[in-house]
Design a protein around this ligand. Structure first.
Ligand code: CAA
Ligand code: NDP
Length: 283
């Protein structure tokens, strides 16, 4: 199947990045969010990222203009009436995602693929909310999307080979590297990454070291580009908590219990970089 028109749902840090790389690859992109102000914010970030590439001499001004012209704003799911694929990057919540997929199922054309950028939710369960489970798939980008090469591609139980192959080809067109993973909570990326972050939060909670010391150990000792607490702030502490809860519930194993300090920060609205405060403060 030939993909030309894409709807990206959610103009947050992930949806904005996904819309940017799709627009740069020449796809016709509809960027959808609940309100105009979220679209304004998302498009401003995309524009800033593209301008930085122009300043660094990696992109011509006309390519930036062309990429921005490929993005159309949308606050109505009905705009998906003629898309070939939807990539959903709304909040990490099963109820919200299944509601979006049920609505899309009756709007999008029969051939259209419904993909989700979920970090951890079961693809098979999201797919089962639709009448086209064979055309539902996980397309898990990494943050920051314009920089990170990996896209984890997750088949639901019913996903066809044709749908998998189409999404794999699109991933390569976006200049990303696909890796196929089976449908279990957290897939591979977050099954391994999030318990490490949670353990770093426990280390802080139990007073083993300061936040700076914990991050320094992992940066200097393990060559990680960011320490785990800095990375948690970057991902969003709300998203980290949702993922730990999904691992905990999905596997029923106490080793995935979220650290109480993580819960406390999320309750306080300290969600990390996106709210100006998490483990660290941001100007
Ligand atoms: C939760 C999930 O489900 C899955 C996930 O995504 S988990 C998160 C996965 N991501 C990571 O682990 C990221 C770890 N961090 C890193 O790799 C690096 O710190 C980083 C790439 C984010 C920044 O790199 P850095 O060398 O420390 O900083 P910096 O020199 O400022 O940036 C490097 C490049 O990234 C770009 N960049 C940094 N942050 C960016 C952002 N948010 N959006 C777009 N581009 C960004 C910079 O513009 C810069 O590009 P140029 O070299 O072309 O100028
Ligand atoms: N953060 C990360 O590092 C990664 C996150 N992901 C996944 O990507 C998804 C998005 O995460 P992220 O971008 O970080 O989150 P953000 O909070 O930055 O963005 C989510 C966006 O979706 C919007 N939204 C919420 N509900 C709806 C809806 N019903 N319809 C349309 N838009 C909606 C939000 O609006 P509002 O502000 O009103 O809530 C917000 O603009 C999650 O599933 C997450 O797990 C995947 C890989 C990495």
């Amino acid at each position: 199947m030939n993909i030309q028109k894409v709807m990206v749902i959610g103009a947050g840090q992930m949806g904005g990045g996904i819309a940017q790389v799709c627009a740069q690859a020449g796809y016709d992109v509809l960027l959808n969010d609940l309100k105009d102000e979220y679209l304004d914010r998302g498009i401003a970030v995309i524009s800033k990222n593209l301008s930085r590439s122009v300043e660094k001499g990696r992109m011509a001004e006309e390519d930036k203009t062309a990429a921005l012209a490929n993005i159309t704003r949308s606050t109505d799911l009905q705009d998906a009436v003629d898309v070939d694929i939807v990539i959903e990057a709304a909040v990490e919540n099963m109820k919200i995602k299944t509601e979006i997929f049920q609505k899309l199922d009756v709007i999008v054309p029969a051939h259209a693929i419904l993909a989700t950028n979920t970090s951890s939710l079961p693809i098979t369960e999201i797919a089962a909310a639709t009448k086209r489970p064979n055309q539902v798939i996980g397309m898990h980008f990494m943050n920051p999307v314009p920089i990170m090469k990996l896209v984890e591609i997750i088949r639901g139980l019913a996903t066809t080979d044709e749908v998998y192959n189409t999404v794999e080809k699109m991933t390569k067109d976006l200049k990303k590297s696909p890796v196929e993973v089976n449908d279990f909570p957290g897939f591979i990326s977050n099954r391994i990454l999030m318990p490490m972050i949670n353990e770093a939060i426990y280390s802080l909670y139990e007073g083993v070291a300061t936040k700076e010391a914990i991050d320094d150990v992992m940066k200097m000792g393990m060559n990680h580009p960011m320490g785990p607490l800095q990375l948690a702030d970057f991902i969003g502490l709300d998203t980290c908590l949702y993922i730990m809860e999904i691992l905990h519930e999905g596997f029923g194993d106490s080793k995935y219990r979220p650290c109480p300090l993580l819960r406390k920060y999320v309750k306080a609205g300290w969600l990390g970089k996106k709210t100006g405060r998490g483990f660290y403060e941001y100007a």
